[in-house]
Each structure stands twice: as C-alpha cells, then as structure tokens.
Write a protein that binds this ligand. Structure first.
Ligand code: ADP
Ligand code: MG
Length: 393
C-alpha cells in the first residue's frame, strides 16, 4: 500500500510540476484502544498510530504561494501567507474544506513566527475519511513535517501535535482533543502510547507479539458530530460544577475516583450522572491497562475494552445499532480478546484485539456476519502499530 501511494503521488507530482519531488513524508492515522471520551476530561488515552497514512510529495518553490494537489479529490488549492487569514486562495476564491487543514497548519506556524516557505505538493492517503481513524490529523501532521523540512526549524513531535490541534480547533473550527495529532506525530512501531491528557506526559506500552489490532469500519457515518459531541462535553462540565459543591478542589472528572463518585452520584441528575460515570470509570479502566499490558495479560485488557463498549453504549450513549452488531459478532468469534467502538461514535469503526493466528479468519467471519445482519459490506483492516510522522526521503 505504502509503495503504491508513494508511486502514485510521485507520478502526479512530476506531471503537474515537471520534476521529481525533493521529498516524501508520511503521517499515520490512529486508533484508540482504551480511554474513550476522556481526553477532554484530563484522562488517559491509549492510542496507537496505524500503518495507514497520508503521504506527501513536496518541493520548495520560488513562487509567493504554495500549491497543493489533493490526489484523492483531484483538486488543487493555492494560498500564501497574505491570503491565509481570510481563508481564501490567491485568486480570492474560498479555500475548500479539505484545504483548510493544510492552510490551518501554515496559519498555526505563522502564529508561532516559524517560517512556512512556499511549496508545491501532492498528497494522498489510505486512512479512511470521517471514520474515526483521524485522517484529518494525518493530513495536518504530514504538512507540519513538510513545512518543518523546508523551514529548517525543528520542533519536538508533541509541539507539532499541539500546533496541529490549534489549527484544527481555531482555523478549521473542529473542537478536537490532542489525542489524534499526538498519536500521528509520536507513534512508535509495535507500541501503544499511553498519554496523560492533563500533563501531556506519555510513554510507550508494549503490544504483545501474538496479538493483532483489527479495525472494522461499519461504513455508517452519522452526522452527530458537533451537536452530540458538544452536548457530551457540556454534561461533563456540568457534572464537575455540581460535584465541586462537595469537592471544591476538583477541576475535572479526572480528579474524582470511582468510590467518591459512587458516594456523590445521587446528587447528580440522571443523565449527567450516566455521562460522568462513564468518564470516571473509563479513566479507572485506563489506569489498570498499563499494568495488565506490561504483564502481557491481554485477556483482562480485552475485558476492559468490552466493558468500555458497554459503557459507551449504555452510559455515554454514543453507539448505534451497526456498531453494536459489529461488536457483538466480534466478541463471539474465536481469538477475540476485546472489541469496542472507537472514536467519537455514532458510526465509524470498531477496534478489536485478536490473537494473531486468528486474525485473518476473524476478519472473514466478522465481515460475513456483519453483512448478513445489516446488509452493508464492511471494511476490515488488520493493522500494526506504526511509527509517527516521518520524512521518508
Ligand atoms: P477523521 O475522523 O477521518 O479525522 P474528520 O472529519 O476529522 O474525520 O476529517 C476528515 C476531513 O479531513 C475530510 O473531510 C477532508 O477535509 C480532510 N482530509 C482527510 N483525508 C484527506 C485526504 N486524503 N485528502 C484531502 N483531505 C483530506
Ligand atoms: Mg479528525
């Protein structure tokens, strides 16, 4: 897949710009194994960068503007530092939605007074779009690396992630946490990444050799996104405000443990209690994950993933029938340690931890069962934890 995409963008680059690209970079998508909807509650998340990525072929140019070709859309944008703040191109037309991600990266670099020199670029990706695997962060981190390469400055990966998040929050206008850009920038081959979303400290956790990460895309995309997502965030804020009456020192749901929460839960209105309980218990689960994985206890880690799904379904209420079908079938197949919805929910993907020797058969059985029950052919990817954004040449 990687070599195909690199060949593809290099060919288009030569056709469009008349020479071979000076550089090629890649930045991966990500999948989160545990710690869902806790990033904006200062919790812990456990993502991995995956072996699907955005690839970019690029060269510096003497032109005053950057010209970027999105091979997956057959579209081009041209913008310069002068046109960035109005989200317009050099011909004054508005930057299309997909162009806001790279333009946002240039904008966030300009805010830091870091040079983002003009470039010609062609990019393409095998991260599915809008399915919860962070195609957007992979685009941002690929461009971040491209501008770093041309600019002669170097930022640590976490700083690049933070600037990418700033671009997405304030330029594109999507209220995402730091996990996506973090995983795309900081991924390490064959490792899960444990990130403390409060301190931004992180470490790698080994993923046992004998397990595979299998991602199953329901192919359902519901336009929850901002409305329901913002409601969940508001419910968490409200829970903190109410709990502060008894526990004035808490700043977020991270600061309350399950025992204390059980003691005070009655004081919360029903829906707020359910939302907050998911977060408090999910943070507790992700706290247990490290020791389990360090000990190679995949079975109990998988149980935590299963519990996480039930909690997202019944307490946080961000699942949907297709996700539940995909998870139920997966959990009944040989070799499956754990299965749950991943990402924001309401469609998109599930993540499954599966014995490596069963992974291919698991994928076949899951695809067949899901299609039989829903009438929808799913996309299933057996994936590996991969390195974060890197310059390939
Ligand atoms: P995801 O969960 O995949 O990150 P988002 O809605 O956050 O979903 O981001 C998807 C958007 O990112 C797309 O609509 C598009 O604007 C941009 N994007 C992602 N991949 C590509 C690509 N290969 N080429 C151009 N734009 C892309
Ligand atoms: Mg995204």
């Amino acid at each position: 897949m990687q070599t195909n995409l690199i060949g593809h963008i290099s060919t288009i680059f030569r056709e469009k710009f008349g020479h071979v690209p000076a550089h090629i970079a890649r930045a991966p998508g990500r999948v989160n194994l545990l710690g869902e909807h806790v990033d904006y509650n200062d919790g812990f998340v456990l993502p991995a960068a995956i072996d699907r990525a955005t690839y970019i072929a690029f060269s510096p140019t003497g032109a005053p503007h950057s010209t970027l070709w999105a091979a997956d859309f057959d579209q081009q944008v041209s913008f310069s530092p002068e046109t960035i703040s109005t989200k317009s191109q050099v011909d004054s037309s508005p930057i299309p939605e997909w162009g806001l991600y790279p333009a946002g990266v240039m904008w966030s670099l300009m805010e830091e007074t870091l040079p983002a020199f003009s470039m010609n670029a062609v990019f393409a990706s095998d991260v599915p779009r809008g399915s919860g695997l962070s195609s957007s962060a992979s685009v941002e981190m690929a461009f971040m690396l491209a501008w770093q390469t041309l600019g002669g400055w170097t930022l640590p990966p976490m700083r690049r992630a933070l600037l990418g998040q700033k671009a997405e929050n304030h330029y594109v206008g999507v209220n995402c946490g730091i996990m996506d850009q973090f995983a795309s920038a900081c991924g390490v081959e064959n490792k899960l990444l444990l990130l403390d979303c409060r301190s931004l400290e992180w470490k790698t956790i080994p993923l046992p050799e004998h397990v595979s990460i299998v991602i199953a895309d329901t192919t359902v995309r519901r336009k929850l996104t901002s409305g329901e997502y913002n409601k969940r965030r508001a419910a968490c804020d409200e829970a903190v405000r109410l709990l502060q009456q008894d526990l004035p020192y808490i700043e977020s749901l991270r600061d309350i443990n399950v025992e204390e929460f059980n003691r005070l839960a009655k004081k919360l209105p029903g829906e707020i209690e359910k939302r907050a309980r998911h977060v408090v218990e999910e943070i507790e689960r992700s706290n247990q994950a490290e020791a389990l994985l360090e000990a190679g206890n995949v079975r109990n880690f998988g149980r935590l993933m299963n519990e996480c799904h039930i909690s997202l379904r019944d307490l946080y209420e961000v699942s949907c029938p297709e996700l539940n079908v995909m998870v139920n079938i997966a959990q009944s197949i040989d070799g499956c340690y754990g299965a749950r919805l991943t990402g924001a929910g309401f469609g998109g993907c599930t993540v499954n931890l599966v014995a490596r020797e069963n992974a291919i058969e698991f994928s076949r059985t899951l695809a067949k069962g899901y299609e039989l029950e829903t009438g929808l052919p799913p996309e299933i990817y057996i994936t590996r934890a991969s390195n974060g954004a890197e310059l390939l040449r």
